[in-house]
Design a protein. Sequence first.
Length: 335
Amino acid sequence: MIHTIDYHTGGEPFRIVTAGVPPIPGDTVLERREAAGAVEIDRIRRLLCHEPRGHADMYGCFLVPPDDEGADLGVLFWHKDGYSTACGHGTIALGVHAVDEGLVKAAPDGETDIVIDVPSGRVTARVRRSAGRVESVVFRNVPSYVVARGVDLGPLAGPAGLSAGLSEALSGVTADIAYGGAIYASIPAGAFGLSVSPEHLTELIALGRAVKAALAGHPAARHPGDDRLSGVYGVIFHDDLGPAHQRNVTVFADGEVDRSPCGSGTAARLALLHDAGFTGTLVHDGIVGTRFLARVAGTTKEGIVPEVEGMAYRTGEHRFTLDPRDPLGAGFTLR
């Protein structure tokens, strides 16, 4: 029996496992992320992500102990293809969950900080309540920064083994690379003659996979301090809607689509914009019309300290089981 409480943040699902996971060994959350690949643990991730209990774009987490007493929670984020290093929409949902479930004591009015250890570091969910109800959550991320600008994808497409059509599509296109707890490549959707809209989603998924494959061996895909955080996690396609207003869709892992404006991706976008001279609040919309607000809370020697504001809503509770006679076992994916 596996118990979960489910939320969505800006339309993106977040399934929190509250019971049924064996202890995950490790002294830190980052070490536990590696240990979670063990069969007896990873089969639970697969069970909850794969059909018929999940779907190809499912997302969730295992709660684990924090690295030390300075944090309230530790978390391992997962999706259908494995374990991610960061998740802003999940951090926002965890803030709501921690307060509503009494994991952290919070006054009925005012703000409460939930400190959370994630694989990329220590983050904070600042939960604002009024009359005992959560109104919004501000996710304060790890320092975020520009990794590289203007990476030419054309010469990289051939060695990536892409089809002729996708290689041609990447010809003449450049990507900006930034870190927001995970490494993201940013490209205007207009570079491909597209816009961030549901009718173009199939093409954007294919292009996201192609861009990620092309950048797989690029130096900009390496984390400078810890190789466990390396690899382009997501590709952000964006439209400019005004001086401080953008719409984006993030294609992450192996063709998964973030329905929300993507929290850690928003941090990466903010790092790029700040580097180009942007100040103020970024209005960041997702492909389904939901919105995050982002601002720079400060700077460090590593980069900016981004804050991303959004809200999560509870969608249900589940008790999942696996019949040992079930020939599908932990399930399947069709994408």
